[in-house]
Write a protein that binds this ligand. Structure first.
Ligand SMILES: [Fe+2]
Ligand SMILES: [Fe+2]
Length: 349
């Protein structure tokens, strides 16, 4: 039954069941957003397949263990009707699928019991980036802002190093997340992180005249660039650690890259040293990956601006669906704290 039901997927997509004709006359599948799934319903959804694995149940029967996602969230899925020799390559990852499933519960959360699933038609596949959580600003706009800040660096050696490192990574920077699962683990999350940090850095430099913006902007621009080497990410912004990422991490890779580019440019030793120090110390402590703590003002500020941006992201993310007066689930990156949304009502004038 397992294989057979997959063969009739085409009729599933073409049947018009829960599907509406688009203006062009082609069949267009209308999905149910994951955030709106209701237990007990049978849905025809359109989701990205994030992970899939063959497992064996306690009854010794094989089943497919799946995770689906869309821009509104993630939901686990199970397909209980597969043959043990089922070939997983029939279900390519990070593609859009039409999914017919019953919404059950598992550990008090929705879980899809999949009846049928099929890779979506090319026409729908083209819109896949709208089905993954993405940074709220357009990548093109953010990239332009990044280059604007890089252009404000007056020291020509520092500017050349920064521009060279940016140019090499421009394509990937458009979609890379800033993390696999922590802060900014969304499409274009790295770019978003860097842009918000640049704005923060700019504002702080406006308050404290002793800040050298050449150094601070360069530090922000360079500090996490090697995350694009630390992780392999798909154009959907979903990432996993690369071999170099696992063995070296983005700080060491970043230092190596600064070294390489600086040699090409023939930059002076002091410039190379201070740029390396900023990247090296931005996690502040050895247990977080920095062998030396920050030792000049811009390195110190870089560390704090980085932390502020990650924290703001984590607060916003944890509290986005929490009503005033409510607490979030424990947040791992914040020592499992339950975060609170203050309930002050309308401002009193
Ligand atoms: Fe970092
Ligand atoms: Fe960072």
């Amino acid at each position: 039954m397992g294989m057979d039901k997959r063969r009739d997927m085409r009729s599933f997509a073409d049947s018009g069941h829960e599907a509406a004709a688009s203006p062009g006359g082609n069949m267009k599948f209308e999905g149910v957003p994951i955030a709106e799934l209701k237990v007990g319903e049978t849905v025809n959804g359109i989701y990205v397949l994030k992970t899939r694995e063959m497992r064996t149940g306690s009854n010794k029967k094989p089943f497919l263990d799946l995770v689906f996602m869309d821009a509104t969230g993630e939901v686990p899925g199970k397909d209980w009707n597969v043959a043990s020799e089922y070939d997983l390559s029939a279900l390519p990852l990070h593609k859009l699928y039409y999914v017919n499933a019953r919404v059950d519960t598992w550990k008090d959360s929705p879980q899809l019991s999949v009846n049928r699933m099929k890779v979506a038609e090319e026409e729908d596949q083209a819109e896949i980036v709208t089905f993954v959580p993405s940074a709220p600003l357009a990548p093109e706009q953010m990239l332009a802002e990044v280059y604007e800040y890089a252009g404000r660096i007056r020291n020509t050696e520092i500017r050349s190093i920064v521009l060279s490192m940016l140019d090499d990574r421009e394509q990937k920077l458009m979609y890379y997340p800033a993390a696999k699962s922590l802060h900014h683990a969304i499409r274009s999350g790295l770019l978003y992180h860097v842009v918000r940090m640049l704005r923060s850095a700019d504002a702080i430099a406006g308050v404290y005249p002793s800040v050298d913006t050449d150094l601070l902007f360069a530090g922000v621009l360079l500090h996490d660039l090697a995350k694009m080497d630390e992780m392999d990410a798909s154009e959907l912004g979903m990432a996993d650690y690369s071999k170099a990422g696992k063995l070296l991490g983005h700080i060491v890779i970043g230092i190596t890259e600064i070294d390489r580019v600086s040699r090409e440019i023939g930059a002076s030793p002091e410039v190379v040293l201070v740029l390396k120090h900023m990247v090296l110390s931005h996690h502040e402590k050895a247990e977080y990956g920095s062998p030396k703590p920050p030792m000049f003002l811009e390195a110190e500020l870089l560390h704090h601006i980085d932390t502020i941006d990650a924290r703001v992201y984590d607060y916003d993310n944890a509290l986005k669906d929490i009503k005033p007066g409510g607490f979030s689930e424990p947040v791992w990156s914040l020592d499992k704290r339950n975060l609170y949304r203050p309930a002050l009502g309308e401002p009193v004038l």
